[in-house]
Write a protein that binds this ligand. Structure first.
Ligand SMILES: Cc1cc2nc3c(=O)[nH]c(=O)nc-3n(C[C@H](O)[C@H](O)[C@H](O)COP(=O)(O)O)c2cc1C
Length: 413
């Protein structure tokens, strides 16, 4: 086994002092296992399997900082209603030796939430069409006032305090993929002419205020990771450029973030950019129950979910640029690091940790298997991307290939 694979599977410290048993982190993947917004047994079982499978740290994805930050009412927010469930779930997951992180996020103007509590409509940096809101008769998102911005910062502060209280070991702030904070960072969606819009420094003003608030809430010893975008993707005109992304990284680094995760693309405008591989149009149509949605996805699917062939290490070049630009932050690679030679490569390029999404949905025992089989191990993920479409399927996210394998095993037994 090469020295880099050895390193990948050896303990490492995240941030100032969090000891993690290896460098593999389950990426944040919203799993659709919070019916009515409640984190229950299905979510627990999903992450328990990953912990038993050896990941160094698992991430509870898409935890929003307030009820109205949810894309839909089926998502969890970091509120008192979920405190007992989260506390006992995280305590159990940690008995396995795996650390538990939570992704802190907000949908901004991208929402189909039927149960808005504080707001009449979704809000983003600037007023704009919210295509997802069409489904619930709210196709318009408002622009935020400065008071709304101050309120949002407070939600992050309170959510960060809450995360520590319920037992999370670390947090990941979502600055990418077209959601709330990324809507401020990208010139595609931020059309403001005040101090929160215009130059990249102004577009970063809110994200940096949020980083500061989260740090104030959690203290220096609690790792804060930031998932940032490298670009919005090639089909997004006037979106985030890589040069701006480098400035984003530098500013987050100077703002005291512990680690940067370099992703790309947006779920709002160009979903397949972050995944590559089979477009999800067919799978999305198949999971819809409403004939209207099936028709809509048939019409807009090919535009929305473009075909980019799968590539391992798709974000490596951008990762390296960010790595060279930052002074203090640790670096976390994400994006098609599924096979052993890729893992070896990113560790040799200075990744302190690696986040893996689909390959861990395919095989939650990935880390144990990879440690046992070494260079002979293959993830088994074909990048069919059908797991992505199961976000809204009954029971939530699962891998079809794994289900098929299980069915064959049952038949043979
Ligand atoms: C089912 C599914 C749900 C996802 N949900 C989220 C999410 O909630 N937050 C996020 O930042 N990324 C989300 N992602 C993107 C992944 O974190 C990751 O960026 C992407 O899958 C690329 O990594 P991979 O090649 O290891 O799969 C999701 C991915 C999948 C497959």
């Amino acid at each position: 086994m090469s020295e880099y694979l050895d390193k990948a599977f050896s303990p490492a410290v995240l941030g100032k002092s969090l000891e993690v048993r290896n460098r593999i982190i389950k990426a944040a993947t919203f799993e659709g296992k919070t019916p009515g917004g409640m984190p229950g047994q299905a979510l627990h079982d999903f992450h328990r399997e990953l912990c038993d499978g050896g990941v160094g740290m698992t991430t509870i994805g898409y935890c929003t900082t307030e009820a109205d930050g949810r894309i839909s009412e089926e998502m969890m927010y970091l509120g008192d209603y979920a405190r007992p469930q989260l506390t006992s779930m995280i305590a159990d997951l940690k008995t396995t030796g795996t650390k538990v992180s939570g992704q802190m996020t907000h949908c901004g103007n991208f929402s189909k939430n039927r149960q808005l509590q504080r707001l009449k409509r979704a809000q983003g940096p600037s007023p704009q069409f919210n295509d997802l809101g069409l489904i619930v008769g709210k196709p318009w998102a408002d622009g935020m006032t400065e008071a709304d911005i101050d309120y949002l910062v407070d939600t992050y502060y309170n959510a960060a305090l809450y995360m520590k209280e319920v037992g999370f070991d670390a947090t990941e702030i979502h600055f990418s993929h077209g959601y709330g904070l990324s809507q401020f960072i990208s010139p595609k969606t931020n059309k403001r002419s005040d101090k929160y819009g215009g130059s990249i420094e102004n577009r970063m003003r809110l994200p940096l205020r949020i980083l500061e608030a989260v740090r104030k809430a959690v203290g220096d010893d609690f790792p804060i990771m930031g998932k940032m975008g490298l670009t919005d993707g090639d089909a997004v005109k006037n979106g985030l450029t890589e040069d701006d992304a480098i400035r984003v990284a530098e500013m987050l680094d100077q703002g005291g973030i512990d680690a940067l995760i370099t992703s790309g693309g947006t779920s709002t405008h160009n979903t397949m950019w972050m995944f590559r591989g089979e477009p999800i149009t067919k799978a999305m149509i198949a999971t819809q129950t409403s004939p209207l949605m099936k028709m809509l996805f048939t019409m807009v699917g090919p535009m929305k979910w473009k075909n980019y062939p799968y590539e391992e290490l798709v974000f490596l070049d951008g990762f390296k640029r960010v790595r060279d630009a930052v002074k203090n932050s640790q670096m976390i690679y994400i994006g098609g690091c599924h096979e052993m030679d890729s893992l070896e490569k990113v560790i040799s390029e200075g990744a302190d940790f690696v986040q893996i999404g689909r390959a861990l949905i395919r095989n939650p025992n990935y880390v144990n298997d990879a440690m046992a089989q070494r260079e002979q191990f293959h993830s088994g993920c074909t990048h069919c991307n059908r797991c992505v479409a199961t976000i809204e399927a009954p029971g939530g996210v699962h891998c079809y290939l794994r289900e098929e394998e299980k069915a064959i095993q049952i038949q043979q037994a």
